[in-house]
Design a protein around this ligand. Sequence first.
Ligand SMILES: *[C@@H]1O[C@H](CO)[C@@H](O)[C@H](O)[C@H]1NC(C)=O
Ligand SMILES: *[C@@H]1O[C@H](CO)[C@@H](O)[C@H](O)[C@H]1NC(C)=O
Length: 711
Amino acid sequence: MPERLAEMLLDLWTPLIILWITFPPCLYMAPLNPSQVLMSGSPLELSRLREEQRILNRSKRGWVWNQMFVLEEFSGPEPILVGRLHTDLDPGSKKIKYILSGDGAGTIFQINDATGDIHAIKRLDREEKAEYTLTAQAVDWETNKPLEPPSEFIIKVQDINDNAPEFLNGPYHATVPEMSILGTSVTNVTATDADDPVYGNSAKLVYSILEGQPYFSIEPETAIIKTALPNMDREAKEEYLVVIQAKDMGGHSGGLSGTTTLTVTLTDVNDNPPKFAQSLYHFSVPEDVVLGTAIGRVKANDQDIGENAQSSYDIIDGDGTALFEITSDAQAQDGIIRLRKPLDFETKKSYTLKVEAANVHIDPRFSGRGPFKDTATVKIVVEDADEPPVFSSPTYLLEVHENAALNSVIGQVTARDPDITSSPIRFSIDRHTDLERQFNINADDGKITLATPLDRELSVWHNITIIATEIRNHSQISRVPVAIKVLDVNDNAPEFASEYEAFLCENGKPGQVIQTVSATDKDEPKNGHYFLYSLLPEMANNPNFTIKKNEDNSLSILAKHNGFNRQKQEVYLLPIVISDSGNPPLSSTSTLTIRVCGCSNDGVVQSCNVEAYVLPIGLSMGALIAILACIILLLVIVVLFVTLRRHKNEPLIIKDDEDVRENIIRYDDEGGGEEDTEAFDIATLQNPDGINGFLPHYRRGLLGGVTQDAA
Ligand SMILES: *[C@@H]1O[C@H](CO)[C@@H](O)[C@H](O)[C@H]1NC(C)=O
Ligand SMILES: *[C@@H]1O[C@H](CO)[C@@H](O)[C@H](O)[C@H]1NC(C)=O
């Protein structure tokens, strides 16, 4: 390929086109001159060709320009000449024809094929298309044979200042704190210019302020807007309108310009103290107002806004600091005075408070301007209110002995009307609290008396409510709880704590404790019970038993000798006198029954007098069932017996022994014979231990009864 190219080049012998550029509108474009165009560069293609030529040692070359320039927006009567193509081929032998192709060839750019002049036949806009790439070629006029290879060149559209600067993001808004120092940066703005930024000054912008001085300034190059006055006061003027201009051509006259507006708002800083609207406030309040009620509001105005206007309120002095409090209402930015403790018109009729409002958020930069607080005086007048009676005590505790006489005075309540026009008071008992009407009250003096007898052992407390009513105004009522405690008097004698029954072993030893008893007393002496036990005076020297008081207030009964014998005496009765320690003491006599029993060698009671002997507790279930079965069987026998006798021998006369025998036989059939009758021995079941004792005798009695009856 390069061989062929080199061959062709050799044949053509310096076949290059010189692009000659003319500049008819040079008046507009002063900086353009040939040397500049020459400097604007050699394209790759041409330099390669030249390099090849140099290698071939054929350097015979003039200036080669590859760019043409045409001014945008040109509109004249004639098409504008952009440039001229020229080849230094010897035109003597052949006639040359120039051909143009590429961007806009024929439509925008037209070539005179004989002279090589290129004209722009349309108006061009650099901002629309800044350059066109075209190809030129010289051909033989007649044969159309190319006389040399095509060369590419560019037509650049030359910028003119046909676009004004524009602020695309305007209008602008910005804020800056009031009281800022001079030169505080506010914001910056930017304008854009569509013209060529690298060529000429068409896009070189300079900023200035048209409106908004002397408050703000702008840096001409960077468009940074700054404060131009120190200490601008928001409270004097909050908003500023700034008109900004951007001008191209470096700001020179003849340049184009655009404007925008910037609204600058000063933001608040705390540069103003609070100030009370009034230096003196008057409030009045009824003495019976509920605690916590708002009595009045005070307000300190602050020219600042938001948190810079926030104040906290305080009571700093005055004679009512203990009774009143002030709370800050952040929403309304005022202070609410409230009642903290009850008022009493009769005690004090007016109060003076010194209240202070102090800014919450202080700006240290301005604290030198003085205190950011203010004070005011508040006068509060207490108004009289009709108040209900007041008892001398919030509760009463009365005590009365249970044996107090009827109509005796138990205690007294007093009350008074706190108002200046003190009304007399009447007292009454709330009967819901004294349903049994146990008490009365004297309506005039409040003395409580006993209406019915009291019994501490029935009820210790009688808690009632007393009502006080103002005679002049029945709606003024107060109530007070009165707790009446019934005090104990010794009105109950002591007695055995339970029904005791003692057992004494025949083989017991002298001095043996046969029973321990204790006593109870319904009364409740302050120091607890202390019981005294004694034998009846006439039995004081009982030869058989003696008593011994124990530490724990109980009593032991001891046998004085041995050799008790139930054959001789089965039961002993021992009366014991129990006395309490009341004043006066009360006593009672209880009799202890002592039974003599047969015991095992180790002292376990085995058998006692039957009639009196109580079943030992803890019979097994089986034993109980057996007893029940026996009773039922016995009943059946009796019923059968009676029925049979009625059936057979009406009227009820025994006729002969056979019948009886028959009956007995029947009885035997069912019961299983004579031997079986032992099964009906109740005593056996009652006391299995006694089988070998007197039981046979007992059984005999039972059966004997039946047989005898039957006989
Ligand atoms: C009556 O009041 C007394 C003293 O306040 C209290 O101890 C007692 O429990 C009260 N009794 C009754 C039944 O409310
Ligand atoms: C003491 O016991 C004997 C018999 O054991 C009796 O005769 C006598 O009456 C008893 N004395 C008293 C005071 O119970």
